[in-house]
Write a protein that binds this ligand. Structure first.
Ligand code: HEC
Ligand code: HEC
Length: 366
């Protein structure tokens, strides 16, 4: 048997080979005839089906399709402090499941030696649909992203060759790399691929809002008023926090100044990108306070007040944030809008056992 191939997969392959042979001889089979196209590869039974009914299709990179083994390895690496200097910090230290994978309510994260950053740790929710990541989008995809925190001097402060040596020296890891990638070799490229596979499984689709869409529950009158404001010009949130993912995964300037920031222009150098930041999803946003790229707002109320004022009129402020006139929301309107946003809360996401830290007292428990 070919290692890793199940009996039924072999049977399918043999079946299609026979078919191809018959077709070939039917065309004459002589010299000069085109060989029949190779049969399509059999489906990999280990592949994780990333599919949420009703949501847009998830497109995974063709060289990193998620498998159960890859996700299990990625989960372990995500929570392994050996990715940092002095083995003090894992990805999960700043991206904790109970906080929708943001940093424990902290405005700025602390690095491996307690140094303070200047960006709020974003929630990691439904990244499977995301293009560019980081607030300024400097990584094109989550595979590229995962390389960065390990060597970032204000984050994990470690070096990949040393991480690879630490992991390869742990007898538990080489077999896990073999299961995920075919042989025992531990590499940085494989590690970040596995982490990205795990991150793509962090899917949230079971909020009250989803149950309402599925006809299983209904809005309270206040939530429904909030829903109508959110999706019309009244509050005008929907142009950027687009249904169903509640982000367009694009970059916009919502009129935050003090200090004005370059944002997306740090990457593109284009003047029209100054002040633009990545649109965060609003799914599970209740768990990931404080808010905005610099965590300047402590509560969702503060965020709503910001939009209600209409922004500071920064040079690239989006017309959907109504500079000058604001939104004229009453206190009741603000409460209704908040009540609607809270219907995007999915408690099963933050408590999902498959997402939690597998290490207990330094040893994997599951
Ligand atoms: C010291 C805290 C800290 C650690 C450790 C850390 N992160 Fe982050 N993470 C952040 C902060 C802060 C940002 C935002 C930085 C920015 O945008 O400039 C971020 C951004 C991200 C993003 C971008 C999300 C988006 O929607 O744009 C992903 C994905 C991510 N981190 C995954 C990881 C992974 C994987 C690891 C481990 C290899 C990790 N992080 C380790 C704090 C941390
Ligand atoms: C022009 C696009 C746009 C519009 C319109 C918009 N947002 Fe945002 N929203 C963003 C961007 C971009 C950010 C991140 C801004 C930053 O950090 O600089 C954001 C951040 C947020 C956050 C913070 C989330 C977090 O994880 O930090 C909340 C909450 C939010 N918006 C709610 C709303 C509501 C409610 C409305 C309607 C009243 C609205 N937004 C309208 C683009 C928009």
């Amino acid at each position: 048997m070919i290692p890793g191939w199940s009996r039924s997969r072999l049977a399918t392959t043999i079946g299609s080979l026979t078919l191809a042979f018959t077709l070939g001889s039917g065309c004459g089979g002589g010299k000069g005839t085109e060989p029949p196209p190779p049969p399509p590869p059999p489906p990999n039974p280990d592949q994780v089906k990333l599919l949420v009914p009703g949501f847009p299709a998830i497109v995974q990179p063709s060289d990193n399709l998620a498998t159960h083994q890859g996700v299990a390895l990625g989960r372990r690496l995500f929570y392994d402090p050996r990715l940092s200097l002095n083995n003090s910090q894992s990805c999960g230290s700043c991206h904790a499941p109970a906080f929708a994978f943001s940093d424990h309510g902290r405005r700025f994260s602390l690095g491996a030696e307690g140094q303070v950053g200047d960006r709020n740790s974003p929630a990691l929710v439904n990244l499977a649909w995301s293009g560019n990541v980081f607030w300024n989008g400097r990584a094109e995809h989550i595979e590229a992203q995962a390389l960065q925190p390990v060597e970032n001097p204000i984050e994990m402060m470690e070096q990949w060759p040393r991480v690879v040596a630490k992991l390869a020296a742990d007898p538990a890891y080489p077999p896990l790399f073999r299961a995920a990638f075919g042989d025992d070799e531990v590499t940085a490229d494989r590690a970040v691929k596995a982490i990205a596979q795990f991150e793509r499984t962090l899917l949230s689709y079971n909020s009250k809002y989803d149950r309402i869409l599925r006809g299983e529950e209904s809005f309270t009158p206040g939530e429904e008023r909030g829903y109508n404001m959110f999706f019309t010009e009244k509050a005008d949130c929907f142009h950027c926090h687009v249904d169903y993912l509640f982000t367009d995964y694009g970059f916009h300037d919502v009129g935050l100044d003090n200090p004005p920031e370059r944002g997306r222009a740090e990457v593109t150098n284009r003047p029209e990108d100054i002040g633009r930041h990545k649109v965060p999803t609003l799914r599970n946003v209740v768990f990931s306070a404080p808010y905005m790229h610099d965590g300047r707002f402590a509560t969702l109320r503060d965020v709503i007040d910001h939009y209600n004022r209409g922004g500071a009129g920064t040079p690239n402020q989006s017309p959907f944030v109504h500079f000058g006139r604001g939104l004229n929301l009453t206190d009741q309107d603000k409460q209704d809008l908040l009540d609607f946003i809270l219907t995007l809360t999915d408690s099963s996401f933050v408590t999902n056992p498959a997402f939690q830290d597998p290490f207990v007292d330094g040893l994997p428990s599951r």
